[in-house]
Design a protein around this ligand. Structure first.
Ligand SMILES: NC(=O)c1ccc[n+]([C@@H]2O[C@H](COP(=O)([O-])OP(=O)(O)OC[C@H]3O[C@@H](n4cnc5c(N)ncnc54)[C@H](O)[C@@H]3O)[C@@H](O)[C@H]2O)c1
Ligand SMILES: N[C@H](CO)Cc1c[nH]c[nH+]1
Ligand SMILES: [Zn+2]
Length: 396
């Protein structure tokens, strides 16, 4: 289908399934493994004997992986590691008025990674979440992924490579609930990260009152902004590529060029996917439209992409010029775990920061008198007499 207007909403959103998913989460919380086995049979058609994949199973699966896939994983891993290492924050601090202060960036203890696996395989997602966790210094990494009964060889190889502590053969909302609350087989973690369909994202949203989450990441979204210098064949290929994630993907082209819109429309008319093809007066209007959508992937296929980038306010990740958005999905370095549902208005993609807590510290050995008096005055104003006394006793 072709719609010549801006999208009014996402094709499907996690908030449409919150009630159903709440029931799944509550049942897993109450019944643990029993509920996981029931839901896996119901939603994935798999009768599980064991939820946790054994070390032997992981090793046997990993050994089935061909050398060229191992090599690709190793190459991509180095690139992702370099990206997250290059942005890892230093231990920082300073001082003012006789007080030393700073931040200790502290890694999270236990992290759960959701690796999607309903319609397609996503071993790349285990890299995209596991590598920044390791760069941050997380020691215990757990992963959950739906299987067709057996663990995928590439996921097994990556799990060994990244020293993932345990993998569970479960997917959907039930997997998120299990990681959030723990069951007989599944470890309760401090934060859950990873993309997935609306059931997965609804569950992350629900459990976020009890456990950390990285955001809402799925279904996939791509907005392309193109001017007349762009190539309609490449644009169409980029739209189709993200369309491979399924028909819940949001696919938008905003162009200042009638030729580009016409050519893409001709190609898209035979597809089953839904495409939004929108005309913009000029580049500024095109990027204003894109900012209002706040898409996960934004592609700037324009003659001066660096200039256009300066106008971008809301996007998960931006690819410039003819750089294909799909390269972010695999090997550019930046993460492919990216905010959807307009969450790009207030957060970015997954980084090493998602696995670090800034614990601040202060040491007031010889603070300025003015600073102490200010504290005492404010504490009294707020009616906290003992606060004021505890400060005054030390320094006055
Ligand atoms: N934004 C990002 O960072 C990003 C990255 C990669 C993938 N994605 C998105 O992740 C998604 C992956 O989706 P997927 O479905 O292939 O895999 P998935 O692993 O997210 O979901 C599969 C699970 O959904 C559950 N499920 C399916 N139908 C259900 C139903 N009717 N009721 C309750 N539970 C049900 C099942 O338990 C199944 O195991 C895609 O939408 C893709 O676009 C997003
Ligand atoms: N495009 C997805 C993010 O929306 C990431 C991905 C993984 N594998 C293929 N693509
Ligand atoms: Zn993709």
């Amino acid at each position: 289908m072709i719609i010549k207007d801006l999208p009014k909403s996402r094709p499907i959103s996690f908030d449409q399934v919150l009630d159903k998913v709440s029931e799944i989460v509550e049942k897993v919380k109450r019944e643990g493994d029993k509920a996981l086995i029931e839901f896996t049979e119901k939603f994935d058609g798999i009768k599980l004997d064991n939820i946790k994949v054994t070390r032997e199973e992981i090793h046997a699966a990993a050994s089935l992986l061909s050398e060229d896939i191992k090599k690709a994983i190793d190459v991509v891993s180095e690139q992702i590691k370099e990206f997250h290492t290059s942005i890892k924050p230093p231990q920082i601090g300073g001082g003012k008025s006789g007080v030393d202060f700073g931040i200790i960036w502290t890694p999270l203890e236990k992290v759960g990674i959701y690796v999607p696996g309903g319609k397609k395989l996503y071993p790349s997602t285990l890299l995209m979440a596991g590598i920044p966790a390791i760069v941050a210094g997380v020691e215990e990494i757990y992963a959950a992924t739906p299987t067709k009964g057996k663990i995928d060889p590439a996921i097994a190889y990556i799990a060994e490579k990244l020293n993932v502590k345990e993998i569970y053969k479960i997917g959907g909302a039930q997997a998120i609930a299990a990681l959030a609350y723990g069951t007989e087989s599944v470890k309760k973690v401090d934060k859950i990260v990873g993309p997935g369909n609306v059931y997965v994202q609804a569950a992350k949203y629900i459990v976020s009152k009890d456990v950390g989450i990285d955001g809402i990441e799925g279904p996939t979204e791509l907005v392309i902004v193109a001017d007349d210098s762009a190539d309609s064949e490449q644009i169409y290929l980029d739209l189709l590529a993200q369309g491979e994630h399924g028909n819940s993907t949001l696919l938008v082209l905003i162009s200042t060029s009638d030729r580009i819109l016409r050519e893409v429309e001709e190609k898209a008319s035979s597809s089953d996917l839904t495409f939004y093809l929108v005309k913009a007066r000029d580049l500024e209007e095109a990027i204003t439209y894109a900012n209002s959508i706040a898409p996960e992937h934004l592609s700037l296929q324009v003659s001066s992409p660096r200039e256009a980038l300066k106008m971008v306010r809301n996007a998960g990740a931006v690819t410039l010029g003819r750089t294909p958005p799909a390269i972010i999905d695999y090997s550019a370095g930046p993460d492919h775990i990216l905010p959807t549902n307009s969450w790009a208005k207030f957060k970015g993609g997954l980084t090493v920061y998602d696995f670090l807590k800034p614990i601040s510290f202060a040491q007031a050995t010889n603070p300025d008198k003015e600073l102490i008096n200010a504290a005492i005055t404010l504490a009294r104003y707020e009616g906290f007499e003992i606060h004021s006394k505890s400060i005054g006793e030390r320094y006055v």
